[in-house]
Design a protein around this ligand. Structure first.
Ligand SMILES: Cc1cc2nc3c(=O)[nH]c(=O)nc-3n(C[C@H](O)[C@H](O)[C@H](O)COP(=O)(O)OP(=O)(O)OC[C@H]3O[C@@H](n4cnc5c(N)ncnc54)[C@H](O)[C@@H]3O)c2cc1C
Ligand code: SF4
Length: 361
C-alpha cells in the first residue's frame, strides 16, 4: 500500500475471497482446494483490521496468537516481521492457517464481523506462514540458552509437535517418540492432501527439527520403551498419543466387507497411498455408491475422498440438521460444490448391505 488509508476507506474494503481450484476439476484430483492469498490480496485484507485496543479475536484463539500484531506487519509490507511474530506464538501456523475452525474461534470474535464480515484471519495466517516456509533464512529464531533439562514427548501429532516446539523455544532438549513411520499424526494419516498437503506438514516438522527437536519414528511407547524407562532418562514426559481408535455405532453389519471406519479408510488412502494399489502395498475398496455416516470434518474428508476415488454417488447421512453439523462451514460448502449429497435427520439402524441381502430382518 503506497498511501495510508483513512479509517473510512479501511471500513469500505470487503473481505477478500480465497482463490480456489474449480469444483469440477478438483473433485477428480487430490491437489489442494484452497490456493492461498497472493501478496496483493493479503495486503488488502490486512488493511481491514482496525487494530482494536482490546482485540477480541485473540481471546478466541486457543493459543492466543497476537493476531493484530502479525496483521499490522503485513499491512506495513514487513512479511519477515509478520512471520517472526506469528511463529513466535504458534509452532504450526501453516497447518492451523489451513485447518483451524477460525469461523468459530478467532473470526467469530472479530469486531469487523458486527457490521460486515470478520477479517480473514485464517487466510492471512496461512499466507504469512507459507511465506515463512519459503523464506526460511529470514525467519530463523534467535538461539536460546540450553536449560540442561530433557523432555520426552509421546506422539508426533499436532499436540506433541506443538509442545515440542514450545519446549524447544524455552531451551529444553526435546525428543518426540512417534509410533508411525512419519510424524504428523492426524495431519498425515487423517486430513487429506486436498486440505493439507503432506509437503506443508513435512516443512513445518523440518522447522521444528531445525530448532533442535529430535523426532524418532517407529517407536511405540509402552512396547519399544516403557514409560519407566523414559522416566529414568528424561526430566519430564508429555503424553500426546491422541485418540486414534474409532468408535463404532453398534449397528448390525458394521464388520461387513466394504464398511470402513473413517479412521481406517483415510489412513489407507492418505498415509498408505491405497489409491495407487498395486504399486502401493495397501488396497482400498473403491465404491461406486458411497455413504458416509456423520457430519463432522472427518465425515467431510471421507466423503470428499470417496468422490475423488471415483464414487458416482457420494452421500452424507447425518442424524441432526444442517445447522448442527460440527464440520467447518468451508468444508461443507466445498463438499456441496463437489457434488456430495446430504441427507439430514437420518441415522442407520443396520448396514445397507445386510438389508439388501436380507440376512438381518
Ligand atoms: C480426518 C480428520 C479431520 C480433522 N479435521 C480437523 C480440522 O479440519 N480442524 C480441526 O481443528 N481439527 C480437525 N480434526 C481433529 C484434529 O486433527 C485432532 O484434534 C488432533 O489431531 C489431535 O491431535 P493429537 O496430537 O492429540 O492427536 P493425533 O493427531 O492423533 O496424534 C497422536 C500421535 O500419537 C501417536 N501415538 C499414539 N500412541 C503412541 C505410542 N504409544 N507411542 C508413540 N506414539 C504414539 C500416533 O501415532 C499419532 O501420530 C480432524 C481429525 C480427523 C481424524
Ligand atoms: S478483532 Fe478483528 S479488527 Fe480487531 S484486532 Fe482482531 S482481527 Fe483486527
Amino acid at each position: 500500500m503506497e498511501k495510508k488509508l483513512s479509517p473510512k476507506e479501511r471500513m469500505a474494503i470487503q473481505r477478500q475471497a480465497m482463490p480456489e481450484q474449480n469444483a469440477t476439476a478438483r473433485s477428480q484430483n487430490f491437489k489442494e482446494v484452497n490456493l492461498g492469498f497472493d501478496e496483493q490480496l493479503a495486503l488488502l485484507e490486512a488493511e481491514r483490521c482496525i487494530q482494536c485496543k482490546d482485540p477480541k479475536c485473540v481471546n478466541g484463539c486457543p493459543v492466543r496468537v497476537n493476531i493484530p500484531r502479525f496483521i499490522s506487519f503485513i499491512a506495513e509490507g514487513d512479511l519477515a516481521g509478520a512471520a517472526q511474530s506469528l511463529i513466535g506464538d504458534n509452532a504450526l501456523p501453516s497447518v492451523t492457517g489451513r485447518v483451524c475452525p477460525q469461523e468459530t474461534q478467532c473470526e467469530v470474535e472479530c469486531i469487523r464481523g458486527v457490521k460486515s464480515k470478520p477479517v480473514a484471519i485464517g487466510y492471512l495466517e496461512r499466507f504469512v506462514a507459507d511465506w515463512a516456509l519459503q523464506h526460511r533464512n529470514g525467519t530463523k529464531p534467535a538461539p536460546v540458552p540450553a536449560t540442561g533439562k530433557k523432555v520426552a514427548v509421546v506422539g508426533a501429532g499436532p499436540a506433541g509437535l506443538t509442545a515440542a516446539g514450545e519446549l524447544a523455544k524455552q531451551g529444553h532438549a526435546v525428543t518426540v517418540f512417534e509410533a508411525l513411520h512419519q510424524p504428523g499424526g492426524v495431519l498425515v494419516y487423517g486430513i487429506p492432501e486436498f486440505r493439507l498437503p503432506k509437503q506443508i506438514v513435512d516443512m513445518e516438522v523440518q522447522r521444528l527439527r531445525d530448532a533442535g527437536v529430535t523426532i524418532e519414528c517407529n517407536v511405540v511407547v509402552g512396547r519399544t520403551y516403557t514409560l519407566p524407562e523414559l522416566r529414568a532418562q528424561f526430566d519430564a514426559i508429555f503424553i500426546a498419543n491422541g485418540a486414534g481408535l474409532p468408535v463404532f455405532m453398534g449397528v448390525p453389519g458394521e464388520n461387513l466387507k466394504g464398511v470402513y471406519s473413517a479412521n481406517e479408510y483415510l489412513t489407507r488412502v492418505n498415509l498408505m497411498a491405497a489409491y495407487e494399489f498395486p504399486s502401493a502395498d495397501t488396497p482400498v475398496l473403491v465404491g461406486k455408491r458411497v455413504v458416509v455416516v456423520g457430519g463432522g470434518n472427518v465425515a467431510m474428508d471421507s466423503v470428499r475422498t470417496a468422490k475423488r476415488l471415483g464414487a458416482e454417488v457420494a452421500s452424507i447421512v447425518y442424524r441432526r440438521t444442517r445447522k448442527e453439523m460440527p464440520a467447518r462451514v468451508e468444508e461443507i460448502h466445498h463438499a456441496e460444490q463437489e457434488g456430495v449429497n446430504f441427507e439430514f435427520l437420518v441415522a442407520p439402524s443396520r448396514s445397507w448391505a445386510t438389508r439388501r441381502n436380507g440376512s438381518l430382518a
